[in-house]
Write a protein that binds this ligand. Structure first.
Ligand SMILES: [Zn+2]
Length: 883
């Protein structure tokens, strides 16, 4: 598997996770991957280099850009005229270079005289007759046409989409804008912009800023929509969406709010849109700067999850839509709030280069959690921080800090460091400064750098200015150096001296990339249910702290306010863990106690966990108890879960159903069947269906086949049946699965259908005769939808029938930009290996036959010998009998 393919797989993985988890972790550009944009993974023109990355020189200041485009939905091409107004910076300008990827340019004109221009696959270079002097305003106008494979994406009936939902959308992030119009494309530059788009009259056009006009052009009969973004913004935030959208609207103060979806999906819009105005009010207050733009629209496009925070127009993948049938399991809150926060952090101030990405993503992720705290309570916010910390604290490479210049391409910077770790850095900082002071720092930071680009030092200097304190060390250890502290904490009690001893060790490897951490935190002793706090400073590898106390504490907690990002191992006596479980004022303490109890298998622990699972006031703690009971895997643990399956909170119920299914036993199977009869929530049903995949039971077969043709929103029940069938891996399913796929294709999402194709191939891989399945899959290799095409080709590789080689060969290519070609190359490799294996097997069989032949020959000879000997013996016997 080559690197490109791996990256593609990874992007697809994100695509799937983001639609299956509520709110997604990296709710952002990074997950807004659509099928057509999969080949973005080739990261064209993102300055791949082994060296460190810096923002490029700005030779001109772009003042304004007008992009006037006419898309052709049938041909999937875009004709455009782009006008750019600029002034040279500091020096006379002889050449203007614009990023332009695979644009066909028919004309370039300018207010200055042009001597010549040159167009390559990546750029347009315009040479002026005379050097243009600094401060002189110049315009250039480029007439261009393109058939964009990235940056601008069509969703048309010719591609397999519903006619009534026809649309297009753009995603300029990180450097894909130049696929549909030329511009200087780097976030260290910003300009005002206009987008004019000409479409059939029954379509809606959406873009940045405010709508200047919308009218029918009498010559062409097309609707001409004209949008203007007056405040300057970075090129990657320019956006266009056009098509047969429907909308719901609202207003916050005088700011128009709207939520658009493809026509057929409008019924789900309200579920995702409903909190937007409330969020807006919260952020104006929490951030302290009024919403800085003209409007806030969100538009849902088909394909993918995640979102892209273009100024005033966030584009969301339709994976965020959900029905109320899923109760509180699905929500758009995380994604919608995250993208809205970007209107301040990312759009109003923008990271100057991608090494400072955390200034966009860390803030958006943290403020997303602050809204959650406001809406659902502090425990909910801390729980979200706890969950995101799991993502940071797992085994991570030690060489990459948050502010990192040695990345190979922009997207590399959009990972656990800039999202959850960036959010945690802000959480630590806010705890360090206190809410008030932090709030003041943020206001000054935004005011000072409004509508311009920022680097990490801009934020640090504001904090230092406002606090008078030095934050060099804080930024150095958390942002400029990698990783987090690994801590071992231990506690002991001396009854005679009434002394509590707490030892703290930093156990992580300290090297050039990872520092020994320096921080101040609390240790809390709970004595007679009253907290007694002591502050400790950790500044070296090992510390022993002694605290005189009135009596032995019931509970000892390190960092009780949950404000330190660290992997902490704290061994405590079981009685203390039980006391911690009972402490209803300390949600994180209860979660951590449950974690520590996962090693225990005794009945008392199971009883306690069962009690928590049914009675804890916070749903996250109940979920944790369920997952630890599953881990314990004893009969008692199973019974505790089985008896707790009727949870009123759907989130907990889903977890318990999943965890009961995590036990392999007849009772679990029975329970799953009961859930399938009684449960109404499709998100829980799909878990129960998947769990059937562990049981080779004849009854199962019929039920799974019924789910395969069942109708559900986004077909999640059929998808779950496909997963169960894959787990069962029984040849019985080959023919019914194939029949169902051809009959119910339209019910599946494109993604769901690709998984089903691959499952069919997978369960057929050991069949002697693969002809039927091969010819079925081959019927999809030219499918109108590229994702299905790619996966049908991949499935032929999974099937492993060497007879598919000639088919797959026709698609295979070495061009890293051709993602179908890459899938084919991968499949071809598998098929050839399989062929080799088969021929090796044949050679091996031949050898066995030869051996057998020789052996038979030998046996025959031996037998002849024996016969002769016997004959001789008989003769001798006869002879002797003759005596
Ligand atoms: Zn984001």
């Amino acid at each position: 598997m080559n690197k490109t393919t791996r990256t593609i797989r990874w992007l697809l993985f994100l695509f799937v996770t983001s639609i299956t988890t509520a709110g997604g972790i990296y709710a952002d550009a990074i997950t807004l991957q659509s099928y057509n944009s999969i080949n973005n993974a080739t990261l064209q023109d993102e300055g791949k280099t082994t060296n460190r990355q810096y923002a490029p020189d700005r030779k001109v200041d772009i003042l304004h850009i007008i992009i006037d485009v006419t898309p052709d939905f049938k041909l999937r091409t875009v004709a455009g005229t782009t006008t750019i107004k600029f002034v040279p910076i500091a020096n006379p300008l002889t050449e203007l270079r614009l990023d332009a990827i695979n644009l066909r340019v028919s004309s370039i004109t300018s207010s200055a005289t042009i001597a010549d221009y040159n167009v390559t696959d990546k750029a347009i270079t315009i040479t002026f007759d005379e050097p243009v002097s600094p401060e002189e305003e110049i315009t250039v106008t480029v007439i261009h046409e393109s058939e964009p494979r990235q940056g601008l994406y069509f969703r048309t009936p010719e591609m397999g989409y519903n006619e009534e939902d026809t649309h297009l959308y753009t995603k300029n992030f990180a450097h894909d804008g130049p696929h549909w119009y030329p511009n200087y494309d780097y976030p260290n530059e910003r300009s005002s912009s206009e987008v004019i788009c000409r479409v059939p009259p029954n379509m809606t056009v959406l873009s940045n800023g405010r709508l200047v006009s919308e009218e029918i052009d009498s010559d062409s009969g097309l609707k001409v929509a004209h949008w203007l973004q007056e405040k300057p913004h970075a090129n990657y935030l320019i956006a266009l969406a056009a098509g047969k959208f429907k909308k719901i609207e609202s207003r916050y103060k005088d700011i128009p709010l709207a939520f658009y979806t493809p026509a057929s999906q409008i019924d789900q819009a309200e579920n995702s849109f409903k909190d937007t105005a409330d969020m807006m009010a919260f952020y104006e207050e929490e951030i302290g700067i009024p919403y800085p733009w003209d409007k806030y629209y969100q538009v849902v496009i088909e394909g993918g999850g995640g979102g892209m925070e273009n100024t005033t127009l966030t584009i969301l993948g339709d994976g965020t839509l959900f029905t109320t049938a899923t109760e509180n399991i699905r929500s758009s809150q995380g994604l919608v709030s995250h993208e809205l926060v970007h209107q301040w952090f990312g759009d109003y101030v923008t990271c100057k280069d991608w090494s400072h990405t955390w200034l966009n993503e860390g803030f958006a992720t943290y403020y997303e959690k602050l809204y959650d705290g406001y809406k659902n309570g502090l425990d909910s916010m801390l729980y979200e921080l706890y969950r995101s910390s799991r993502n940071v604290l797992s085994d991570r490479p030690t060489h990459k800090p948050i502010v990192y210049k040695s990345y190979s391409y922009a997207r590399e910077q959009f990972d656990y460091r800039t999202y959850p770790k960036g959010a945690w850095v802000l959480h630590m900082l806010r705890n360090e400064l206190g809410k008030e002071l932090f709030h003041k720092c943020v206001i000054l930071y935004l005011e000072r750098h409004a509508l311009s680009s920022v680097v990490t030092e801009d934020f640090r200097s504001v904090i230092e200015e406002m606090t008078g304190r030095s934050f060099d060390r804080f930024f150095d250890q958390w942002l400029y150096h990698a990783r987090h502290p690994d801590l071992t904490v231990s506690y002991s009690w001396s009854p005679k001296e009434k002394l509590a001893k707490v030892s703290v060790k930093q156990t992580h490897e300290v090297n050039n990339n990872v520092m020994l951490f320096h921080f101040r935190r609390k240790v809390r002793f709970v004595i007679d249910k009253e907290p007694v706090d002591h502050e400790i400073v950790i500044d070296s590898k090992e510390h022993d702290f002694y605290f005189p106390l009135t009596k032995e504490p019931e509970i000892v907690r390190f960092d009780p306010e949950y404000s330190l990002l660290a992997d902490i191992k704290f061994q405590k006596p079981t009685a203390m863990l039980y006391a911690q479980l009972d402490n209803k004022t300390d949600m994180i303490g209860r979660i951590l106690a449950i974690d520590s109890l996962s090693e225990k298998k005794d009945k008392t622990t199971v009883t306690k966990l069962k009690d928590i699972l049914n009675n804890d006031p916070f749903y996250g703690v109940r979920i944790k108890a369920s997952s630890v009971l599953r881990k314990i895997q004893t009969n008692e643990a199973f019974n505790a879960l089985a008896e707790s399956i009727n949870q009123p909170d759907a989130r907990v119920r889903r977890r318990v159903v999943g965890d009961v299914g995590g036990f392999y036993r007849p009772e679990s199977f029975k329970l799953m069947k009961r859930v399938l009869k009684s449960e109404k929530n499709p998100a829980i049903l799909s878990i129960a269906i998947r769990n059937l995949g562990r049981y080779h039971d004849v009854d199962n077969r019929k039920q799974l086949l019924n789910y395969l043709k069942s109708k559900s929103y986004r077909n999640i029940l059929a998808d779950a049946a496909v997963e169960a069938i894959r787990m069962l891996d029984e040849p019985f399913f080959i023919s019914p699965l194939q029949n169902n796929l051809s009959k119910y294709e339209k019910q599946f999402t494109f993604w769901g259908f690709t998984q089903a194709l691959d499952t069919l191939a997978y369960i057929s891989r050991n069949e002697d005769d693969k002809t039927q399945v091969r010819s079925f899959l081959s019927g999809y290799v030219n499918h109108q939808n590229e994702l299905i095409q790619a996966y049908a080709i991949m499935a032929l590789g999974t099937l492993g029938d060497p007879k598919a080689i000639p088919i797959v060969e026709t698609f295979s290519t070495d061009n890293p930009d051709d993602f179908i070609g890459n899938y084919a190359k991968d499949a071809l490799k598998k098929l050839r290996e399989r062929k080799e294996l088969v021929s090796t097997e044949i050679v091996h069989l031949r050898e066995i036959v030869d051996d057998l032949k020789q052996e038979t020959e030998k046996l025959k000879n031996d037998f002849e010998d024996i016969k002769k000997q016997l004959g001789a013996n008989e003769q001798n016997k006869e002879k002797s009998d003759d005596h």
